[in-house]
Design a protein around this ligand. Structure first.
Ligand SMILES: O=C(O)CCC(=O)C(=O)O
Ligand SMILES: [Fe+2]
Length: 343
């Protein structure tokens, strides 16, 4: 066994996990009860999106036994030999499936993932080239083992999707829009679910399971197991989100930031690894149809508050991102900042 760390995993000094990060619970990332009076819920969700970009929801309607089943089947999948996992692997053509070489900000993450699309076959642009009109269909490379993997994943994803759309409605209401304002953009959604597996790491002070980043979606619904590791940037500090088995974590993504013309902003977060324990988390990324041009919503711009972003094509953005996830590159990945109108 080797006790050396591949240098591609080493995070630069200023971004290393700080062992003294404050463990915080309910006070810092607001917890919102999704049962009860809708006006209260809308107000609380709106405030949390505005002030924190992150929130936790309880009484969310996703049966807890499904979460347990997801953990079990995921563990069975990732515990298999690499050869077996690679049979369901992502490649240059197919951006979903098993993958263990992800880089965030050009540093390799200490994790392996399995990504699957919510809609089993999904249309995306064939190339990131803006002049190419060609589309292609991507499908999930489901592994044969464990045998119940696909069924469990799809049942779980179905529940998560329902919750994500419900939250989208609440967010619309909180912005003074009709609840269904955005639904049409998701008719051919490219949403996907990511199973994150973070093995224990002897060098947990030098590496990150998932480097600091903002999510590029509209919103994310994240479930984490009881190990803990998620950290959210608040007022310039990294704060630890204490695992709560009854809560799901929601965060605003970049597309929500653009649509809302920055009324709500996506917030940086990361995952630290544990020296002894492996950790699982499950993230649903809610993203629109490939052809949607993302830009500040007309209702939310005015002469005093002009659009802060130029329109961008979601599918092309996604295709560009996927291309650059593969290897360490010396350039920054495409980001919404590239479309920001200067102040
Ligand atoms: O595992 C976590 O807690 C965070 C994962 C995450 O941020 C992501 O997959 O985008
Ligand atoms: Fe994330």
């Amino acid at each position: 066994m080797s006790f050396e760390l591949d240098p591609s995993f080493i995070v630069d000094m200023e971004n290393r996990p700080n062992v003294n990060v404050a463990a915080i619970g309910r006070e810092e990332v607001p917890v919102i009860d999704l049962s009860g009076d809708i006006e209260r819920i809308v107000e609380e969700v709106g405030n949390a999106c505005k002030e924190c970009g992150f929130l936790q929801v309880i009484n969310h309607g996703v049966p807890l036994h499904l979460l347990e089943a997801m953990k079990e089947t995921s563990k069975e999948f990732f515990d298999q030999p690499m050869d077996e996992k690679k049979k369901a692997k992502r490649d240059e053509v197919n951006p979903v499936g098993y993958h263990d070489g992800e880089h965030t900000k050009n540093v390799r993450d200490w994790k392996e993932v399995y990504d699957f699309l919510i809609d089993d076959s999904t249309l995306i642009p064939a190339s990131p080239d803006p002049d190419c009109q060609e589309l292609r269909t991507i499908t999930n490379p489901w592994p044969k083992n464990p045998s119940q993997f696909r069924v469990v994943c799809q049942e779980y994803a179905g529940e998560m999707e329902k919750l994500a759309f419900k939250l989208m409605e609440i967010i619309c209401l909180s912005l003074g829009l009709p609840g269904g304002r955005l639904k049409g953009y998701f008719e051919e959604q490219t949403s996907f679910l990511r199973i994150n597996h973070y093995p224990p790491c002897l060098f947990s002070d030098l590496t990150l399971g998932c480097g600091r980043h903002k999510d590029f979606d509209f919103l994310t619904v994240l479930a984490q197991d009881d190990v803990g590791g998620l950290e959210v940037k608040r007022n310039g500090k990294w704060v630890h989100v204490k695992p709560d088995p009854t809560a799901l974590i929601i965060n605003v993504g970049d597309i929500c930031q653009v649509w809302s013309n920055e009324r709500y902003k996506s917030v940086e977060h990361r995952a630290v690894v544990n020296g002894e324990k492996e950790r699982y988390s499950f993230a649903l990324f809610l993203v629109p149809s490939h052809h949607v041009m993302v830009k500040p919503l007309e209702e939310l711009v005015s002469e005093e508050d002009p659009p802060k972003y130029l329109p961008y094509n979601w599918g092309k953005f996604y295709a560009t991102r996927n291309r650059s996830d593969y290897k360490k590159q010396n350039v920054d990945n495409i980001q919404i900042h590239d479309f920001r109108v200067p102040n």
